[in-house]
Design a protein around this ligand. Structure first.
Ligand SMILES: *Cc1c(COP(=O)(O)O)cnc(C)c1O
Length: 402
């Protein structure tokens, strides 16, 4: 017979933070109340209307025009806010659209301090857009806290990080970075939480000011939507970003909001499966003779395994590993996969695999790739929710080909 204590212990087998109760219930019910609709629809309807009848001039029922506010988007934004224990949520037409809205809060002469290892699109936006607008950007390794203190300037407005990073899955201490950054007035700390989702990490609870997502990944979870979001607690920050959401026009379609809202209902279930599948695969790869090194925050060999256990409720489906060999071996391996699909992106139910050197980071020079540790034999997996035995068999047969 298993006691309550045993259940809790078995759920935190790897000593990650224990999930407080209520997450899955919120993901299914928050902002979804059927009583808010005349029809009492259990599933929030897709409101395609771009405009809304007014009782008299400027006497409206809360909705004026769908770029400002739309009922389907409103449901999603409220649900998203609750999952991060935040007060306010805003949805954008993509993850990078969210970043664009946040950059437009700054002005010429401001400074952004960014983690060195970032999603390549974020890096490109900082280097090729922000710098053009005379916004200075410095990239540092935020895992080294002395760097934060040394690099913050009087004009620093944003500290931007993601953890775990892409594709090397380096874990950054959110509490520690926020503590240092918040010694300087006016600095807003943004955490891109796309790789974990709020089920596994809640940056606002750890001191961040804004958490951002590409909803295109785990949050929607089915590789059929491109969308983004920002969640925060501070009302003034929310009002600024809400203004920019509508003034820049970076808004998602009601249909896509419906799909992400549906995706969230299975987020907890999916993340649990991503978690167990990816750890089993990481352990399999770590013992394989053709694999040099495996990067997965759930492995005791991961450099920030202890920090990961303190900061997160577990790990997602992301696994990176170094094959013994170079570009040729990595290509042959990827082309030999049958269950994994060779494709960009991550976080969906389908398992995907890719070569960072040949795909996401192909526009970087060899020196830049070397500096970022993007070796030729590096492979990134987004482990899906298929039967794990089928996935391991697939990896085994593809490794046998090289
Ligand atoms: C995909 C991704 C983005 C960009 O999101 P889009 O929805 O593609 O614009 C930003 N950050 C991370 C970590 C991502 O994986």
């Amino acid at each position: 017979m298993s006691s309550q204590k045993d259940t809790i212990r078995s759920k935190s087998k790897n000593d990650f933070l224990v999930q407080p109760k209520g997450f899955a219930t919120k993901a299914i019910h928050e902002a979804q109340d059927p009583d808010q609709w005349n029809s009492m629809a259990v599933v929030p309807p897709i409101f395609m209307s771009s405009t809304y009848k007014q009782h008299g001039p400027n006497q409206h029922a809360g909705f004026i025009y769908s770029r400002f506010k739309n009922p389907t988007r409103d449901v999603l934004e409220r649900c998203l806010a609750s999952l991060d224990n935040g007060k306010f949520g805003l949805a954008f037409s993509s993850g990078l659209g969210t970043l664009t809205a946040i950059i437009t809060m700054l002005k010429s002469g401001d400074h952004i301090l960014a983690e060195r290892d970032l999603y390549s699109g974020t890096n490109v936006a900082f280097v090729q857009i922000a710098r053009n607008l005379n916004i200075a950007v410095d990239f540092v390794d935020l895992a080294d806290l002395d760097n934060v203190e040394a690099a913050v300037k009087p004009n620093t407005r944003l500290v931007w990080l993601e953890t775990p990073t892409n594709p090397l899955l380096k874990v950054v201490d959110i509490v520690a970075v926020c503590k240092v950054a918040h010694k300087f007035p006016g600095v807003v700390v943004v955490v891109d939480n796309t790789f974990l989702s709020p089920y596994l990490q809640r940056p606002l609870d750890l001191g961040a000011d804004i958490v951002v997502y590409s909803l295109s990944k785990y949050m929607n979870g089915h590789n059929d939507v491109v969308m983004g979001a920002a969640i925060m607690n501070d009302k003034a920050l929310y009002q600024k970003l809400q203004f920019l959401q509508t003034a820049t026009g970076i808004v998602p379609s009601p249909f896509d909001c419906f799909l992400v809202n549906r995706g969230l209902k299975t987020l907890a279930l999916r993340m649990e499966r991503h978690k167990t599948n990816s750890l089993a695969i990481a352990e399999f790869l770590e013992g394989h003779p053709k694999v040099d090194r495996v990067l997965h925050p759930g492995l005791p060999s991961h450099p920030q395994h202890e920090l990961s256990k303190k900061q997160t409720y577990g790990h997602s489906g992301m696994v990176s590993f170094f094959l013994k060999g170079g570009l040729e071996e990595a290509s042959l391996f990827l082309q030999s996969l049958r269950v994994f699909t060779l494709a960009e992106s991550l976080g969906g139910v389908e398992s995907l695999a890719g070569s960072p050197a040949l795909m996401t980071f192909v526009c970087f020079t060899q020196e830049e790739r070397d500096a970022h540790g993007i070796a030729d034999g590096l492979v990134r997996l987004s482990v899906g929710v298929e039967d794990v035995d089928d996935l391991i068999e697939d990896l085994e047969q593809a490794l046998a080909k090289i």
